[in-house]
Design a protein around this ligand. Structure first.
Ligand code: ZN
Length: 181
């Protein structure tokens, strides 16, 4: 990210919106917005590889589920936040990963310009690629401010997305869904 360019672009945006950007409340806004973008887009060009390779051996072959991993991300269609929670379930193939590493994986993909469908499937793909379980199933439930603050203004409406990688039998997917609903 080119910080100076972002600052300039926000100044131009405020001008285009007809605002007086020299007034007290707006004076520091371009700089604050640039700093905010640096943080909310910090997952660009990152991989969860280093987190997902920190594994422990196990002979447990049953589903491991981590629920309620809270995230916030940025909708690439409107540059507005969407946020919610993610559940990750996987069937280990000889190894498991520390639970905090799953949350770190979510962060890497949430801190980008995203759409919810891609966020969900990228998490599943990354876990499949580096942790190599038998199968992984990811469920994402999110509220989009581009829907709740504008457009149809459906306050509280939630969007659900699912992604599977590897072999995660339907019966087990149903068990996971029953657990998190
Ligand atoms: Zn949007």
């Amino acid at each position: 990210m080119d910080r100076e360019k972002v600052i300039k672009a926000v100044e131009d945006l405020l001008d285009a919106l007809g605002e007086d950007r020299t007034r007290e409340g707006l004076k520091e806004t371009p700089r604050r917005v640039a700093d905010a973008y640096a943080e909310i887009l910090s997952g660009e060009n990152q991989s969860a590889k280093e987190h997902l390779l920190k594994t422990f051996n196990t002979d447990c072959g049953d589903v491991v589920v981590e629920t309620d991993i809270y995230f916030s991300s940025t909708c690439e269609h409107h540059l507005m936040p969407f946020f919610g929670k993610i559940a990750i379930a996987y069937i280990p193939d000889g190894k498991v990963v520390g639970l905090s590493k799953l949350a770190r994986t979510v962060e890497v993909f949430a801190k980008r310009l995203q759409i919810q469908e891609r966020l969900t499937s990228e998490i599943a793909q990354e876990i499949m690629k580096y942790l190599s379980p038998k199968g992984v199933f990811v469920v994402c439930e999110a509220e989009h401010t581009c829907m709740t603050c504008r457009g149809v203004k459906k306050a509280g409406s939630k969007t659900l997305t699912f992604a599977t990688a590897g072999d995660f039998p339907e019966k087990k997917r149903e068990e996971v869904l029953a657990l998190i609903r």
